[in-house]
Write a protein that binds this ligand. Sequence first.
Ligand code: SF4
Length: 225
Amino acid sequence: MTELTRLEQAVTLLSAAYGSLGLAQGESTWARFVRVLMGIPTGHAASDTLVGLLQTGPLAAPGESSVATPGQLVEILAPIPRGSQKASVIRAVAAWWLAQFGDEVSPAWSVSPQSYRESLRQIRGLGPATVDELLLFAADLPVFPVDRTALRVAVRHGWLDLPVEDEDAQSLFVRGVDGSPARLQELARLLTRVGESHCGREPNCEGCPLQSLLPSGGPLNPQSC
Ligand code: SF4
């Protein structure tokens, strides 16, 4: 069985265990960008507060955010968990957005995902996985946020070998679900769920939805990632 077939099996098993995880609809791309940056998914206790902030004031559009003072952003983000700490990155992302798209809140993403990845990675405070999370969940581009949980699951199951190269990981996950952004979003959410419930620093394989896909000797490199 190939790694890609195993990944398809993993999606099937995780979906059966956790159900289909609904996606937020109806927000502008800018609003989704801010939501991902703040780490506030729909359903979070602070989501309604964030929705209000996105409708008027300095967060409503990138042009507003880019000219807000750091103090204004710190103040309005204070009700959001760790929000004040994100004020500077919001300003930097707003400036990046204006340079790319002007003040259009739902623009066309017309150049290559790699181009957006490279320019966003220049922003202080945005790591590679966060950049890919923004591009996948806010812009619906076919990239995969290879965070610690995704790496743990892939390495422990032998789908990727250590040391993991970024392009190998992208190739595995993007090709593994046929490159569809909607399926990549689903995969990312499902892996986050299995990381929370079973596959943390120490793998807890007993009863895990992916237990049947383990190598015969159990998880590989269980302490290495
Ligand atoms: S806990 Fe075990 S079975 Fe579950 S994803 Fe991690 S390595 Fe796989």
